[in-house]
Design a protein around this ligand. Structure first.
Ligand SMILES: [Zn+2]
Length: 123
């Protein structure tokens, strides 16, 4: 099968974790777990390749919130840094299906912040 979508998704998510200084060993192992599950999923449905990078981002986001976020605010990823006021909130992937062309959207304002894999340290 064609693994490129998995590699592309892994690289994009790792870049967005790294730029927010969250690419700890614990988080990277969550990412690798998610990638191997999505690899299995893609084997069942090869047409799903366009959705895989965004789905990997969503899976990692959920799992970090479940496993880390309960006790540690760094489980919230990626936090929206664009809204200067109001409560802390996260970005989410649009479209909800994970692709094609996934972008991070602020859940409060609905603004597109960056393509997946292109978050910056301060936006
Ligand atoms: Zn926001």
């Amino acid at each position: 099968m064609d693994d490129r979508a998995i590699y592309r998704g892994r690289a994009a998510v790792l870049a967005d974790l790294t730029v927010r200084r969250l690419a700890s060993a614990e988080v990277v192992s969550v990412l690798d777990e998610v990638c191997s599950e999505r690899r299995w999923w893609l084997e069942q449905w090869a047409e799903g390749a366009d959705f895989v990078p965004g789905l990997i981002a969503q899976d990692v986001q959920e799992r970090m919130a479940d496993e880390i976020g309960r006790t540690d605010p760094s489980g919230l990823w990626p936090v929206c840094l664009r809204c200067r006021s109001g409560p802390v909130h996260t970005l989410h992937i649009a479209p909800d299906l994970g692709g094609p062309d996934p972008v991070w959207v602020c859940e409060e304002s609905g603004d597109v912040v960056a393509p997946l894999g292109a978050l910056t340290p301060d936006a």
